[in-house]
Design a protein around this ligand. Sequence first.
Ligand code: ZN
Ligand code: ZN
Length: 73
Amino acid sequence: MPLLCERCKREVYRLETCNSCGRKIGVECMKSSQRISKTTRLVICKDDWSDMKKRTVYKNRGLQAQASTETTA
Ligand SMILES: [Zn+2]
Ligand SMILES: [Zn+2]
């Protein structure tokens, strides 16, 4: 069963879930990703990246995660 990107509907070899809109997207529709913990990765698609509010939320979540790992380490 082929994996289909929910944003561009093309077939992809691997799906990532956008944390902003919840769609499963391929790498080519993924604008940015960051690791916020050992097991959690934050992904944002190109649509949400162009949305200033969503982009800010994405960046803040990354900054918060960085701050919390620094204080606990
Ligand atoms: Zn796509
Ligand atoms: Zn998205």
